[in-house]
Design a protein around this ligand. Sequence first.
Ligand code: ADP
Length: 164
Amino acid sequence: MHNTVICPGSFDPVTLGHIDIITRASKMFDNVIVGVFVNGDKHPAFSIEERVAHLQKTVGDIPNITVMSCDGLLADCAKELGASAVVRGLRAVSDFEYEFQMALTNRKLNPELDTVFLASDAGYTYLSSSIVKNVASLGGDISNFVPACIHDEIFNRLNMKGTE
Ligand code: ADP
């Protein structure tokens, strides 16, 4: 049985698509760890502390969800945290190849670690952190893309038009 799972990601910034996957996972598993990973983009729009705080504000009140920052290999972090599966969202066929490669790599590195894919909600298949960054930087409305409780914080940081 998978009692503890990890939802890893950059969450730079977190979107409603991420929140959909995380909350659905919290209904399927006893404990969900949201792992905000340091690695990846060397110039993130939001610091690791900010990204953790965004997720805390949004899903921190759900009793079986824990948000934390993680560094290094996902396969090692999962082992240390006692997570037996990784939960990832799949939006389209374009996500598949990369996700499949990561799932197989992670299982090679940690044979106990499985990956569970949840199909994206039909309303969020187009949504990504990059889309949010692009739209907000041009002053576009991102209120349908990010959680309401952190909208202003995210928009004000990303909206370059507001600072011109
Ligand atoms: P990474 O940088 O590791 O790809 P992201 O922060 O972009 O991490 O995404 C974390 C997880 O959320 C991934 O499993 C990704 O497929 C999933 N995800 C991202 N956007 C959406 C969305 N709109 N709907 C469903 N899942 C999503």
